[in-house]
Design a protein around this ligand. Structure first.
Ligand SMILES: Nc1ncnc2c1ncn2[C@@H]1O[C@H](COP(=O)(O)OP(=O)(O)OP(=O)(O)O)[C@@H](O)[C@H]1O
Ligand SMILES: [Mg+2]
Length: 314
């Protein structure tokens, strides 16, 4: 029996416990949100003449990052260490096969995709040699701009629609004496593309070839590109986004994600390279050979661990 299978089964058992014993059995349990599928109008090709990409000319904004949602901003601590382990695991996978663009996804809402995407990007950005791009690919329920305390417009939607160019949608943090302290220095290596405002046609937008164009034009300028996405079992957006990514990192949430949901999420990305599962916010994840993460805040304690393989018979 593979470790990932054991880990996911344990998460499934936790979930059943919560169902039997009530929500107090859950750690940091969250209300999830239904995502609607709607018919969307066709998108025209953008017609803006593109400015040359020059990272030194990216607009800077006053970000107000949330320390609670971004524990990797701290100078040190368990979160910093555990995301460093996750980062190391991903570096190792890059030695095996080159990759730069990682899509973070999961089966259901609320499993921690945005939390993992943002903190992984920051952890990578703490390494000063890295130039990191974080993209909010969840056009339906954009949250990364809230975690960073950054403007959400213009963003990916405006770029795809052709009303903004590449240089318009990228943003970095305005550096001042008060911001350039401690672990927050990771933010200075981070470039962010928010989701923007897309209305109801997100499926149409993310399947547009301009997403792949955007990635291929920006990839030479960054060491890593991390893309957040909506839940893959609710809408097709994440599968479309995965076409522009080199690999997919899946998230499952302890005491919440049913085992079959994790399996179906993995199956949905059958055409992509899957890096493994991050088992997020569980109390007793198996440790041997894993990268584990304990994170405590006022919602309770959580643990995150990553598994290299995701196959039942691995
Ligand atoms: N390990 C963790 N410990 C504590 N809180 C967590 C953890 N992981 C996620 N959360 C919190 O759980 C909530 C849901 O997480 P998040 O928004 O990242 O999920 P999501 O998968 O992106 O959801 P959606 O599919 O709706 O976009 C957020 O409030 C987040 O801060
Ligand atoms: Mg999210």
């Amino acid at each position: 029996m593979s470790r990932i299978f054991e880990a996911l089964q344990r998460a499934d058992m936790d979930r059943r416990k919560v169902q039997e014993n009530g929500p107090e059995a859950a750690l940091g349990s969250e209300i999830t949100k239904a995502v609607e599928l709607e018919e969307a109008p066709a998108v025209e090709d953008g017609s803006l003449a593109e400015a040359e990409i020059d990272l030194s000319k990216i607009a800077r904004h006053e970000w107000a990052p949330s320390a609670a949602a971004l524990p990797t901003l701290a100078d040190r601590g368990a979160a910093v260490e555990q995301f460093r382990s996750l980062r190391t695991g991903i570096y190792q996978r890059r030695y095996e096969t080159p990759m730069k663009v990682v899509l973070v996804s999961s089966g259901m809402p609320g499993e921690g995709k945005s939390f993992i995407a943002a903190n992984l990007a920051l952890s990578l950005a703490r390494n000063s040699v890295n130039n990191i791009l974080l993209i909010d690919g969840d056009l339906r329920r954009a949250t990364l701009h809230e975690l960073l305390g950054a403007p959400n417009v213009p963003g990916l939607s405006e770029y795809i629609l052709g009303s903004a160019g590449l240089m318009d949608v990228m943003q970095r943090r305005l550096i001042s004496k008060s911001t350039e302290v401690g672990g927050e220095r990771g933010l200075s290596n981070l470039t962010f593309i928010p989701a923007g405002l897309c209305g109801d046609n997100s499926s149409e937008l993310v399947s547009h070839k301009r997403v792949e164009d955007l990635i291929s034009r920006l990839a030479p300028h960054f060491d890593w590109i991390i893309i957040d996405s909506p839940p893959v079992l609710a809408v097709t957006d994440a599968v479309d986004l995965a076409r522009a990514a080199d690999a997919v990192l899946l998230v499952a949430r302890g005491a919440s994600t049913p085992f079959d949901v994790a399996q179906r999420a993995q199956a949905a990305f059958s055409n992509s390279r899957i890096l493994g599962f991050v088992l997020n916010a569980v109390k007793d994840a198996p440790r041997s050979g894993s990268y584990s993460y304990y994170y405590g805040n006022n919602q309770g304690d959580g643990e995150l661990s990553t598994r290299k393989g995701a196959r039942r018979q691995a």
